[in-house]
Design a protein around this ligand. Sequence first.
Ligand code: PRX
Length: 654
Amino acid sequence: MTDMSADTISVPAQWRAQHPTTPHLTGLLDYHTLYKESIHFPSTFWAKQARELLSFTQDFHTTSIGSLENGDNAWFVGGGLNACFNCVDRHAIQDPHRAALIYEPDDPADGSRIITYGELLRHVSRLAGVLRGRGVKKGDIVTIYMPMIPEAVMAVLACARIGAVHSVVFAGFSAEALGDRIQDANSAVVITTDEGRRGGRTISTKRVVDEAARECPQVTTVLVYKRTGADIPWMAGRDLWWDEEMKQYPAYTPPEVMDSEDYLFLLYTSGSTGKPKGVFHSTAGYLLGAAVTGKYVFDIHPQDRFFCSGDIGWITGHTYVVYAPLALGCTSIIFEGTPTYPSHTRFWEIVQKHACTHFYGAPTAFRLLKRSIAKENLQNIDTSQLRVLGSVGEPIAPEVWKWYYDFMGNENAVVTDTYWQTETGSHIIAACAGVTPMKPGSATLPCLGIDLAIIDPVTGEELKGNQVEGVLAIKQPWPSMARTIRGNHDRYMDSYFNVYKGYYFTGDAAFRDQDGYYWIRGRVDDVVNVSGHRLSTSEIEGAIIEHPGVAEAAIIGVPDELTGQAINAIVSLKNDQTPETTAKELVIKVRTTIGPFAAPKKVLVVRDLPKTRSGKIVRRILRKALTGENEFGDTSTLADPSVLDEILEAVASS
Ligand code: PRX
């Protein structure tokens, strides 16, 4: 790869010179050598990484078994370890005073809080005691519904400590959605707060849990951390105050030795059809994926202060707020608020205040900030400690990439656009910081151990060589891949392994350019991405169709300047309905069934939807109508072609 195309940005010359220690990779050649080893000798490579980066109490005897074809992969077989020990104890033993977490509250006037590794060990131990005291055993699933505060991280780690499986539900989900997840996980214990604070507003977490738990008779304990001190409803016997319980348990609880393949956590994500799927991740494989990508993609060192602005309710927060930074023993910033509160320069102020070396965020936030911030606003803010900037969740347009590189990093920090998924556990395609030449808009090259394929969607054949476009797949197992979908292994097989036999199917389309760089084009299924939130069109349709006045509905993701994609609902109503009122009710219906972030931006009421003669809704035509395209292709298959004109009229006047 000597003759790179013109759109390449090299790593700034001063990057290595200014590095506070020594980068983990010496250069691009180093990456290529390691990458080749990881693909040609995966067992040797992964075994070495696992023994180097993780502490096993019992060494594994077999690096990996199983195949993508059978979806039965297991890693580090025979190994025994504890994820919490790896993330807390071993650093607390070595350097108890090093900051593990820095809490930056929603309101900066409230002041930040530092939690050292030594303190974290004591908190997590006590909490582990509390959970055990309430009957939580190895393998039980504990649901966590909390805002971004250090206690959320403690809750996750306390579960891991005693071998309970955590299921974190994003605190923006509605009571109904939370209830479904508590029920599906069969959790007896839920951990929450009295309230949360976000962007100056209050989130009523406990109230949502109360409502959700009404439908979940197995819930025996709701552990409540007092965040605001608000007066909240209380169910004696079931509800317990975090602080009062913690006092009753010792400051050290030994970690439970887990099998490498024991599940570490469950995380729900949207699929292309039906109900959200609960994805299970393993202990050793997942943790290694987090550690390896933290080391090589982000170049994390123990002295670093890593600021990932993702929420712990999504995979980004799991892997890059909790597991990667803590497994590698650096400091993780826990930010409770939003990018625009109290001002649009909040991210920069946090980076300055805590001398952050890394910042990791989503293009949806960058687009918003790009509109509102001028270079002058940043003049007096010192972000010179920043070394690595990460982007995640959706494609980043080249002009947004360049803005990020300039406004956030002053062209001193490198940008790594990280492509991955809930199911992959850790990065799949990303630049290795300080090593990979960057191309704005491209996620660049595969991560270590990730063997990618571009497949022709029609023939199912792999497209070899460069300058090819198709669906993105992975052709070798990797340690941090999800192991199953809770209660539905068939769905796991059908979603990922039965689409193209012998490959893991990502659901995304991608282009591999002349330099072997990857450009993610977006989903090829019915998954949409709104502000980095992964949503399923059929799930939203399911919520809308429950409204008694709706005859038919289709949800379409349309491009949106700010949120990447936006949800549009096109509905036909039963005869006696008033369109305006019903449209409003439908927005509320989605908010209460799923959460505010899934609410349609636009609801178009039409007489009928475009359908084939057999009654199938033709979404392709709706998508084109909504995005202003007027080339509809063959419309002769429509049962009633006049419907299309009416829809175009409705779009024009909306
Ligand atoms: O479509 C891809 C998009 O987000 C999907 C995964 O969503 P989720 O499981 O919620 O995880 C998001 C955080 C890892 C992918 O199938 N996606 C994620 N990262 C990128 C991306 N699309 C383009 N570029 C990215 N860097």
